[in-house]
Design a protein. Structure first.
Length: 252
């Protein structure tokens, strides 16, 4: 995707969010309801207590954002590794970034394990509410984010991660009444970053179609394939997937 196309896409998404009012987006929630996938809460992976409770908004997010963690593509697919990943991300966000807690709402390991990220996220999702995180600069008040373990600039995710990502997106879209054909996006659709990586970003049309299929919806109209490589800034260090907080946003 060229920088000009990137800006155009970002503006379209912002306009759509305004028109939709950030809520149900025309899809009936009961008809789309999906059982929650197996998810490990913060107690399971040994989260540190947050410095403060996360802010919960009494409304649904309007997009599901796919990220990569910009960490090594490990071949350790164990549950123990997944839990260690969540602890490492939390430590980076709290100790290096100076935040109160983990920034993203959900994390999926390369072994396909789904974990709660920011405190109060699972409870908020269950209630149809939104926990404000820190994963897309200037847009955190209306976006729910999924961190996918790995670096996907030149290779795709594992089958286990992909299957869990499809299941997780179907759960979120069903819970929030979001149309996956237009409401599943990548971090680069909002900010100047290569996240979630050229390969994973190129797979988003397939992700939208698979999630739509699980919800009983017709496939999305095909858009032109994104340009690879994107020319957008890649990660500079481990866990760097691009801008996560804007100037006007409160440090979480």
């Amino acid at each position: 995707m060229s920088p000009a196309s990137h800006v155009h896409r970002r503006n379209l998404l912002k306009g759509a969010a305004v028109v939709a009012g950030g809520v149900a987006l025309g899809l009936p929630r009961p008809a789309l309801a999906q059982d929650a996938p197996p998810v490990h809460d913060r107690a399971a992976w040994g989260a540190r207590p947050p410095k403060s409770a996360a802010e919960v908004l009494d409304r649904a997010p309007d997009h599901v954002v796919v990220h990569h963690t910009a960490s090594p593509n490990t071949a350790d697919y164990s549950l123990e590794h997944a839990f260690a990943l969540s602890r490492s991300i939390q430590s980076h966000h709290m100790d290096t970034n100076g935040w109160a807690d983990t920034g993203q709402q959900l994390t999926i390991s390369r072994g396909g394990f789904l974990m709660e990220g920011r405190n109060r996220s699972l409870r908020a999702i269950g209630a149809g509410d939104h926990v404000v995180g820190a994963h897309v600069a200037n847009e955190n008040s209306h976006l729910v984010g999924i961190e996918n373990e790995g670096l996907y600039m030149t290779e795709g995710p594992t089958d286990a991660l992909w299957a869990r990502l499809v299941e997780t997106c179907a759960w979120l879209c069903g819970t929030y009444g979001l149309d996956p054909r237009v409401r599943i996006v990548g971090h680069r659709d909002y900010n100047n970053t290569a996240c979630p990586g050229d390969r994973l970003y190129a797979m988003l049309p397939q992700l939208r179609d698979e999630v739509a299929g699980r919800l009983g919806l017709a496939p999305a109209r095909r858009m032109p394939e994104p340009r690879v490589p994107s020319g957008l800034p890649g990660p500079r260090f481990r866990f760097d997937h691009g801008p996560v907080l804007g100037r006007g946003e409160r440090r979480p």
